[in-house]
Design a protein around this ligand. Structure first.
Ligand code: AMP
Length: 499
C-alpha cells in the first residue's frame, strides 16, 4: 500500500497493508491502520470547519498522530501547518493570526482545540478561513527579519515533484525505512513524510530526548531496520561521538541524506570510513524550494576532487539552479507559491523564468567549469545553528519587544570552518562607563525571551556595550562585534594563562 499524492488517496499495491508505516515511541501503525486513522481524522477535522484550502495547524512532537494528521490533511486538500512544541505558544498564536486559523490539532492529545485569543485585541474568527492560494500541500513558517515568522506556501505540484525526484534519483530501494528526527516544522523532515507516503515505506520518528547519541538510539534504529538516514550534517556529527555508530551496528543503513547546512569534508570522510557500504547524498536548498534544489552523491572521487569544500552538485530534475549576480537562484515547479501575505518580499525575492516560478535564495554561489554548483554562505544576516534557520534580526526584534525595550544585536560566534557555535547579543547601554553600565533588561530575560522565541534562538549571553557599531552602509556591524568578543576572550585567556 502507499499514498498517491496526485490522487490524494491510499492505493493498494503488492506491498502488504500490515507492514509498518509509522513507528513512533508510543505505537506503531501499519499501512492499513494509518489509512483508517487518517480517514477518522478527516471526519473530526471536517466537524471543526477544516476543508479544502483551509489551513490546519498541527502541533506536537513526534507522535504517531502528528503523521496521521498530515496525511489526513493531504486527503482533505487542507494545507497542513506543522508546529513543533519547541516553539512557544505565543509563536503559534502569531502564526494562527497570520493564517486566520481558529482551531489547531494537538497531536499530543489527539484532539482539536480552539485558540484562546482573549485579551489580544481581536477575537478569533468563528470559522476557519480558506487561503487565497489554492491547492497547497503545506505552509511552513521560518524565521523572519521583521520579528514575525514568515509562511512559505508549498503547492501540491511541488511535493509531487519532490517525491518523483526521490524515487528516480536517490536509490533508496522499494520500501525505504526513514529515520525522522528533525521536527516537522523544519522542512528537512518533508523528505521522510513524502518519501514514506509515496513509496509505501516507513517513517521511524525519534523524539529529541530519544535522539541523543548512545546505545539506546542506535538500538532503536537497528530494531526498526532504518535504511535511509535523514538529518543535518550537525546531527550526524554528534552521533559520531558514539563509536557504535557504524555499519556493524546498523547493517540496513544504505543512505545518508543530508540537507540544511554545509556538509563538511571531514564529516563525509568519517562517515565513509564508518559506513563503507552507504551512499552519502549532499542536497542543498531552502524551505522555499520544497526541501532541496540540488544534489550530489559524495563518493571517494568527489572527496578527492574537493578536499576543501564540497560542491552542492547539480540542479534536481525538472528545475534549474543558476548564479545571477553572485547569488544562487532556483527556478522550477517546486519553487514556493510565495510567502503568505508578504507582497513586499514576494516582489523582491520571486520572479519568473521561462514561465516557471523562480526564487532568489540569498546564498552566495558559484559554478565551476564542469557546471558543479557551490554554496559559499549568505548575503544577509540569516544563519544556521545546529541546522536551525535563524534571522538574527528576529532575535533583535524579540529583545526590543521586552520590557526595557533595548536596542540589541544578535551576533553569531563562528568556528574556524565558518559554522556557528553559538549566538550572543550585544545590548546598547548608552553609558560611558562600561564597568558601571547595567543592562536595562529584567533579570529573568531568558524566561521572557523564551515566551517568544524557541530555545535555540535565545542568546547564550548578553553583553553590554555603549553603542552598537555601524558599517559604512549604516547597518549594525555584527562582524566587528564578533571580532571584539573573540578578542576580549583571547585577552582574558592570555591574562589568566600568564598569571
Ligand atoms: P532551510 O530553509 O532551513 O532549509 O535553510 C536553507 C538554507 O540553508 C540555504 O539557503 C543555505 O543557506 C543553507 N543550506 C541548505 N543546504 C545546504 C548545503 N547542502 N550546503 C550549504 N548550505 C546549505
Amino acid at each position: 500500500m502507499h499514498f498517491d499524492l496526485a490522487q490524494s488517496r491510499f492505493v493498494q499495491t503488492d506491498l502488504r497493508p500490515d507492514a509498518p508505516a509509522v513507528v513512533a515511541a508510543e505505537r506503531t501503525l501499519s499501512w492499513r491502520e494509518l489509512q483508517q486513522a487518517a480517514l477518522a481524522w478527516c471526519d473530526a477535522a471536517i466537524a471543526h470547519g477544516i476543508a479544502r484550502d483551509v489551513p490546519v495547524i498541527v502541533r506536537g512532537h513526534k507522535e504517531a498522530d502528528f503523521f496521521v494528521a498530515m496525511t489526513g490533511a493531504l486527503m482533505l486538500g487542507a494545507p497542513f501547518v506543522p508546529i513543533d512544541t519547541v516553539y512557544p505558544d505565543e509563536r503559534m498564536r502569531r502564526i494562527a493570526r497570520a493564517l486566520g486559523a481558529s482551531v489547531y490539532f494537538d497531536a499530543r492529545r489527539a484532539s482539536f482545540d480552539r485558540f484562546d485569543w482573549a485579551g489580544e485585541g481581536e477575537p478569533a474568527p468563528d470559522r476557519a478561513q480558506a487561503l487565497r492560494e489554492k491547492n497547497l500541500a503545506y505552509v511552513l513558517f521560518t524565521s523572519g527579519t521583521t520579528g514575525e515568522p514568515k509562511g512559505v506556501q508549498i503547492g501540491r505540484e511541488s511535493v509531487q515533484s519532490l517525491a518523483e525526484w526521490m524515487a528516480a534519483d536517490f536509490g533508496l530501494g522499494a520500501a525505504p525505512v526513514f529515520l525522522n528526527q528533525a521536527p516537522f516544522s523544519f522542512d528537512l523532515s518533508m523528505y521522510e513524510v513524502f518519501g514514506t507516503l509515496s513509496s509505501g515505506g516507513a517513517i521511524v520518528m525519534m523524539s529529541r530526548a530519544a535522539s541523543l547519541p548512545g546505545a539506546a538510539f542506535i538500538d532503536k534504529l537497528a530494531l526498526a531496520r532504518v535504511s535511509a538516514w535523514v538529518s543535518t550534517p550537525s546531527f550526524a556529527q554528534q552521533q559520531l561521538l558514539d563509536p557504535r555508530f557504524a555499519q556493524a551496528a546498523l547493517p540496513a543503513l544504505n543512505t545518508f541524506l543530508f540537507c540544511g547546512e554545509m556538509l563538511p569534508v571531514s564529516l563525509a570522510r568519517r562517515l565513509r570510513a564508518r559506513f563503507p557500504g552507504a551512499r552519502i547524498i549532499n542536497t542543498y536548498g531552502p524551505t522555499e524550494a520544497t526541501v532541496a534544489a540540488t544534489w550530489i552523491v559524495v563518493d571517494d572521487a568527489v572527496l578527492a576532487a574537493h578536499p576543501e569544500r564540497l560542491p552542492i552538485g547539480f540542479a534536481r530534475r525538472g528545475g534549474e539552479v543558476f548564479v545571477e549576480g553572485g547569488e544562487l537562484c532556483i527556478a522550477g515547479p517546486y519553487v514556493m507559491r510565495g510567502y503568505l501575505n508578504r507582497a513586499d518580499l514576494n516582489a523582491t525575492r520571486m520572479f519568473s523564468r521561462e514561465g516557471e516560478r523562480a526564487f532568489r535564495t540569498g546564498d552566495v554561489g558559484s559554478v565551476d567549469a564542469d557546471g558543479l554548483l557551490f554554496c559559499h554562505g549568505r548575503i544577509d544576516d540569516q544563519v544556521k545553528l545546529h541546522g536551525y534557520r535563524i534571522e538574527l534580526a528576529e532575535i533583535d526584534a524579540a529583545l526590543a519587544a521586552m520590557p526595557g525595550g533595548v536596542h540589541a544585536a544578535a551576533v553569531p560566534l563562528r568556528r574556524t570552518d565558518g559554522t556557528v557555535a553559538r549566538i550572543v547579543a550585544f545590548v546598547e547601554t548608552g553609558a560611558n562607563d562600561l564597568r558601571g553600565a547595567q543592562l536595562a533588561l529584567p533579570g529573568d530575560w531568558r524566561v521572557r525571551l523564551g515566551e517568544r522565541l524557541p530555545p535555540y534562538m535565545i542568546p547564550s549571553e548578553l553583553i553590554p556595550c555603549r553603542m552598537l557599531p555601524l558599517t559604512v552602509n549604516a547597518k549594525i556591524d555584527r562582524a566587528r562585534l564578533a571580532d571584539d568578543y573573540l578578542h576580549s576572550m583571547t585577552d582574558t585567556l592570555v591574562r589568566s594563562h600568564g598569571r
